[in-house]
Ligand binder design. Structure first.
Ligand SMILES: [Mg+2]
Length: 212
């Protein structure tokens, strides 16, 4: 078993139902910026954390189906010196507050602060930076997740690549960078493309990929 203790985590929900190793669960993996919250270039201020319309409702619907929701987010702004990991935690606390106000919760946030052109200890290539699958693998060990039944929803081709590298199904949304990325080579590797997170989740329920 690979040691994923180096992967960075925020606000992991310790609810034992998700962690029971006897019950392997599917999960929904979500990119953060441009999928849950509005894309902001190197988001660093809590007041700039704004939910995309329908995102809270979409996550609440997944919660009601008792499927874990795991956020996997590249945060090279840390490596570039735009924000610290403490700043990032404040952003993630803000995100969870905004979601809670809509009756929604995520069970864990995995982030990669690294970049090959970053500063100090953050300057490195890392398999946890998407398109690497490291964050997904770490979450699958933490939560006993069945990767073959799990789905990643992102707004960039690199999100899809990370999901596919981990053996997940993938969905591209047209919010955030998705408006342009949907027309790029690689977008057709997605299992489907949806207008936004709520439309994606609607379709996952319609097709039985998530069962109520
Ligand atoms: Mg994104």
């Amino acid at each position: 078993m690979t040691d994923y203790s180096f992967v960075r985590r925020h606000l992991i929900d310790p609810a034992p139902k998700w962690r029971d190793q006897r019950h392997i669960l599917p999960a929904i993996f979500l990119d953060r910026d441009g999928v849950i919250n509005q894309e902001v270039h190197y988001l660093s201020k809590p007041e700039d954390m704004v939910l995309i319309p329908g995102a809270g409702e979409a996550i609440a619907r997944i919660n009601a189906a008792r499927v874990p929701v795991i956020v996997v987010t590249n945060q090279s702004g840390v490596a570039r010196g735009y924000l610290t990991e403490d700043d990032l935690l404040i952003l993630h606390e803000r995100l969870t507050q905004l979601l809670a106000a809509q009756g929604a919760s995520v069970q864990g946030i995995y982030y990669s602060p690294f970049h090959a052109e970053g500063q100090g200890a953050y300057r490195k290539d890392s398999i946890c930076r998407k398109p690497g699958p490291g964050m997904i693998f770490a979450a699958c060990e933490d939560f006993a997740i069945d990767r073959a039944e799990s789905i990643l929803i992102g707004d960039k081709i690199v999100d899809l690549e990370a999901g596919r590298a981990a053996g997940l199904k993938t969905v591209l949304v047209r919010t955030g960078h998705g408006a342009k990325q949907a027309d790029m080579p690689g977008a057709n590797n997605a299992d489907f493309i949806a207008d936004d997170l709520l439309a994606a989740v609607d379709r996952l329920f319609e097709t039985g990929a998530i069962t109520p």
